[in-house]
Design a protein around this ligand. Structure first.
Ligand SMILES: Cc1cc2nc3c(=O)[nH]c(=O)nc-3n(C[C@H](O)[C@H](O)[C@H](O)COP(=O)(O)OP(=O)(O)OC[C@H]3O[C@@H](n4cnc5c(N)ncnc54)[C@H](O)[C@@H]3O)c2cc1C
Length: 279
């Protein structure tokens, strides 16, 4: 047991306070954590009243848990982060309701974290209606418009404060690019759910940058769990009943993709998604 406490103390010395810079002036800092790979295995083995069985067996068990979605042992590990992030990114991340959050109050203190100015401007994606990709031809000009709007909004904010408006009133015209800060705590089961959604290419690039930083910060603490997450969740995919039918036909008959998709009743977007998975 003492070994586990020593292991955790060493990991804390090495990792608490680690900070990764994100976007132009944001960051994610690991403030604290509870548990590591060993605590997951220990929790799982309590079912059989046993602890660690050595590195190899422990790794096997952890990968088994992840593969079969036996997730409650992952909830024994928790991470607390300090984020500095634009409000529009915070609006996306706050949707993950399993986090415990404490955010800076712009009613109580003056907002002086600056604001996010992108260094590239993506254009609307042709396929993913919510998404963006590439570069706008006139991105310099667009970045100039963003900066001018922010400067004007923050100058108005200062003016309104000087004229006697309360902080909660003066802030009403501030842009969603303004940086805010929060403490954000989540257990590993929910964190993997968050990372699965926000590391996905469909997530907004800016939000993905925060998810990447979170993932990098937890890797040294739960390396085996992170590897299993990458193998069985992040870089894996699932097949529907129709897709399984098409795959079986593909393997047993060697038929053409279009033919097996027809036989399995895969049409439209579902058909495209199936081809994307197996190509
Ligand atoms: C690429 C992308 C695009 C998105 N686009 C939009 C959009 O256009 N508009 C929009 O509004 N949102 C959008 N979202 C947000 C999305 O709908 C979810 O709100 C967000 O991803 C959080 O997911 P979650 O609810 O699974 O996570 P969490 O809130 O962390 O919950 C984790 C899990 O806990 C369970 N749970 C938590 N709370 C409840 C509850 N009250 N009732 C039942 N089960 C619960 C669920 O199983 C849930 O999956 C988008 C998300 C992504 C990743």
């Amino acid at each position: 047991m003492e070994d586990i406490y020593e292991q955790e103390a060493k990991l804390k010395r090495e990792n608490c306070g680690r900070t990764i810079e994100v976007l132009d002036s944001g960051f994610v800092r690991l403030v604290d954590f509870l548990g590591n790979d060993t605590s997951i295995v220990q929790a799982a083995r309590v079912s059989f009243n046993k602890g660690s069985k050595g590195e190899e067996k422990d790794k096997e068990l952890l990968r088994y848990l992840m593969r079969h979605r036996h997730t409650s042992p992952l909830e024994m590990v928790e991470f607390k982060f300090h984020f500095k992030l634009p409000i529009f990114v915070a609006r996306q991340i706050i949707r993950h309701r399993t986090a415990n959050v404490n955010e800076q109050s712009s009613r109580y203190s003056k907002l002086n974290n600056g604001s996010y100015v992108p260094n590239h401007i993506r254009v609307q994606d042709k396929f993913n209606k919510q998404g963006s990709s590439g570069h706008a031809e006139n991105e310099e000009e667009i970045i100039g418009i963003i900066e001018a709007g922010q400067n004007s909004a923050f100058a108005d904010y200062d003016n309104m404060l000087a004229m006697g408006a309360a902080k909660e009133m003066a802030r009403v015209n501030l842009p969603v690019s303004a940086y805010t800060q929060w403490y954000w705590k989540m257990d590993l089961h929910n964190l993997f759910h968050f990372l699965g959604l926000r590391l996905h290419p469909h997530a907004q690039w800016e939000t993905r940058e925060y998810a990447k930083a979170v993932f990098e910060l937890i890797k040294p603490i739960v390396p085996v769990a992170c590897e299993a997450f990458e193998d069985y969740r992040l870089n894996s995919c699932t097949f529907s009943a129709k897709e399984m039918k098409a795959l079986k036909l593909l393997l047993s008959t060697g038929g053409k993709w279009d033919w097996v998709a027809d036989q399995a009743g895969l049409e439209g977007l579902e058909r495209k998604e199936f081809f994307d998975k197996i190509k």
